[in-house]
Design a protein around this ligand. Structure first.
Ligand code: PLP
Length: 385
């Protein structure tokens, strides 16, 4: 598949077996743990499910790399497997990491609880303040890590400056691109060395599997793959099959979710019971002008606060008819949660407060239901609180 093919064309055809296997239009599932030996030269080339190299894995590696116009990709058992294996592959005892302060809760817990135990130091940095990065840079800093849109506050870092800063100081630049998905933002095109995904979210889109991916520079993806092979963070072939199936509709889903979330954000912003809406697609978002230059859409994620605080938030969620109250995001159904009780429950209340993640903050992952139905449901729920 030529790199200049359109995004939608790549979703369907990039990386697919050619010729088709027995003529099958959809690649079958290779449910075989091991494969015949054909003189492979190294351990990592032997065909075995744990080594993430069955035909079901390889089609995903080729497709994911093509989607972000990157050199290489590898899938993993979960988004967290992709994140932790990447950090462990890039950092050793005595090294230092610069990492954005408003992170997905699981990443935050791993960095604060597990890295110090392994002799790896870190500093949290403000994503929108390159001078803060300069101040905290150390001679042993190896990696700078950010998220495209932070969870759950939807902040947008200086994504143009991160790769420049990394190149200047010989660091590896890493971004968790889960919230944007490759449809809205392709980090390798902006100079990032590695782009990580929880494919559990938008890439799969159907809330029926857990998977992760590392996309980017071939030398780094190879290094991470080798560690992944040892740690065993394998994606099962059946999950590979489902992920490939889900990915084929990414563009259709994402385009609709971008539009629906913007409509919902605009409605919430105009409602007197709502005090703050966090959505980078709104002109009121502090990084809106920059984000418009980088993103092809602003995703289906938004968060907001109600004037009535926690009691109002709880009543509001109870009154909603369409959204399901559940953690996670990026699926076809609208999900709603208070991050303090789910995605960020592992963070101390003091840390949450410092970052502005209040107990009453409500996060929405907008699905593909009829936009007008969602707005009407949010309106009736707000009217009853
Ligand atoms: N990164 C982000 C931004 C997330 O929101 C999540 C999960 O919610 C993860 C990573 C972890 O992904 P997984 O649950 O697939 O391990």
């Amino acid at each position: 598949m030529a790199n200049k093919a359109g995004f939608e064309t790549k979703l369907i055809h990039a990386g697919e077996p050619s010729p088709r296997i027995q003529g099958a239009v959809v690649q079958p599932i290779f449910q075989s743990s091991t494969f015949e030996f054909h003189g492979e030269k190294t351990y990592h080339d032997v065909k075995y499910i744990r080594l993430n190299n069955t035909p079901n894995h390889l089609v995903l590696h080729r497709k994911l790399a093509a989607l972000e116009n990157a050199e290489a990709a590898v899938v993993a058992a979960s988004g967290m497997a992709a994140i932790t294996t990447t950090l462990l592959a890039l950092l050793s005892r005595g090294d230092h990491l610069l990492i954005q302060d408003t992170l997905y809760g699981g990443t935050h817990s791993f960095v604060t609880n597990d890295l110090p135990r392994l002799g790896i130091a870190f500093d949290f940095v403000k994503g929108d303040d390159p001078q803060d990065w300069e101040r905290k840079l150390q001679p042993n800093t190896r990696v700078i890590y950010v998220e495209t849109m932070t969870n759950p506050l939807l902040q947008v870092a200086r994504l143009d400056e991160v790769p420049r800063f990394a190149r200047k100081h010989n660091l590896v630049s890493v971004i968790d691109n889960t919230f944007a998905s490759p449809f809205n933002f392709r980090p390798p095109e902006w100079g990032f060395d590695l782009s990580l995904h929880s494919c559990t979210k938008y890439l799969n889109g159907h809330t029926d599997l857990v998977a992760g991916a590392v996309i980017g520079r071939a030398d780094l993806v190879e290094k991470i793959t080798h560690l992944l092979n040892h740690l065993g963070g394998t994606l099962d072939p059946h999950a590979c099959f489902l992920l490939n199936r889900g990915m084929k509709t990414l563009a259709l889903r994402m385009r609709y979710q971008n539009a629906s979330a913007l409509a919902l954000a605009r409605f919430l912003e105009s409602h007197p019971a709502v005090t703050r809406v966090n959505y980078p697609g709104l002109e009121s978002h502090p990084a809106h002008a920059l984000a418009r230059q980088w993103f092809d859409g602003f995703s289906g994620m938004l968060s907001f606060e109600l004037a009535g605080g926690l009691p109002a938030a709880e009543r509001f969620i109870q009154r909603l008819q369409i959204p399901v109250e559940a953690p996670s995001l990026g699926g076809v159904e609208t999900l709603i949660t208070r991050p303090a009780t789910t995605s960020h429950a592992g963070m101390s209340p003091e840390d949450r407060q410092k970052l502005g993640i209040t107990d009453s903050l409500i996060r929405v992952s907008v699905g593909i239901e009829t936009t007008e139905d969602l707005v009407a449901d949010f309106r009736q729920a707000l009217e009853g609180i």
